[in-house]
Design a protein around this ligand. Sequence first.
Ligand code: MN3
Length: 383
Amino acid sequence: MKKIGILGSTGSVGSQTLEIIDDYKEQFELVFISGHSNIDKLSKQIDRYNPKYACISNDDILAKLSNQTKFNKLYKGSQGLSDLCSMDVDLVVNAISGYKGLYLSVKLLENNINIALSNKESIVQAGSILTKMAKDRNLNIFPVDSEHSALWQCLMGENQDSIDKLILTGSGGPFRKLDKENFYQITKEQALKHPNWSMGNKITIDSATMMNKGFEVIEAHHLFEIDYNDINIVIHPESIIHSMVKFIDGSIKAQLSIPTMRIPIQFALSYPERIQNKNIDFDFTENNNFTFEKVDYDKFKCIKLAYDAGKKSGTYPAVLNVANDMAVDMFLKDSINFIDIPELIEESLNSHSSISEPTIDDIKETILETENFINNYKSKRVC
Ligand code: MN3
């Protein structure tokens, strides 16, 4: 029986993780869940899945939680999240959205707990630190993202020296066919409509700007120790091939399935075993149109910003991440345009002096600095 905890259970990945644990009760035991603002959903999850512990973000919403009496101890706020990270569990799914998920990833590794990582911000900001911590402590960081799960599966049983390059696939998002000249007109409603995947707002906007793919490049670099020059992106609008690895002999391995997060989440939970999914099939004769396109780096400036920040390393990726997080939030609150997102990130990167081989404290400092930079920018705009 694997004991599992979920950080961020009310989001898309968190909710699907709960369904999987519930479907395979003989194999998984649910220890804890945590939610942030969606208290109704958290309350329902508590009733439906009966975790031993739950964590909510603050006291204000405590009153709204009808089933609080079910718990010996209900955890609260950042201290509560931190307490969850020291519980007796085998694996924690970190599905918190945003850059604050990093501190919890660090906490989990410090407490010798394996992570199924859906919070890509952790690896983007502090990839070298987290992967080194995991290695030193003999722990695993299992990818939950569909692309990295695909790469992980393609790389199993292969030598590092045999890898020629990683090929990340991306759907291209909703604006793949829109001319760059019309990008300034993009509305929030348009950007929130993803053609293939249904996800939270933040990651849906990241898919529309393609920053998501840029983050995934950085993530792949750290998780699989591959040089940035050997990580390519190809647009594959059908989202059936979830990524590929080309080997030095010219052979290419790909991982395919219908677009569902169920498979990557489940594999991260069940690894090294695979568990039966009776209802997932694939008919090649009905899905026989696989197409591929080049990435338009000119249109999707965020990808280039991500490659550059990743290659420059140090604290640049943290700036990239926080600036993006805040810019997306501003776009969602109608305070900037879609095309301002990469501009704001670029300005933040340009104003930053990076620290090479940063510690977690350096990264914290960089996060604060970037928050200040963007907040100043915000107040200047209001004037
Ligand atoms: Mn992905």
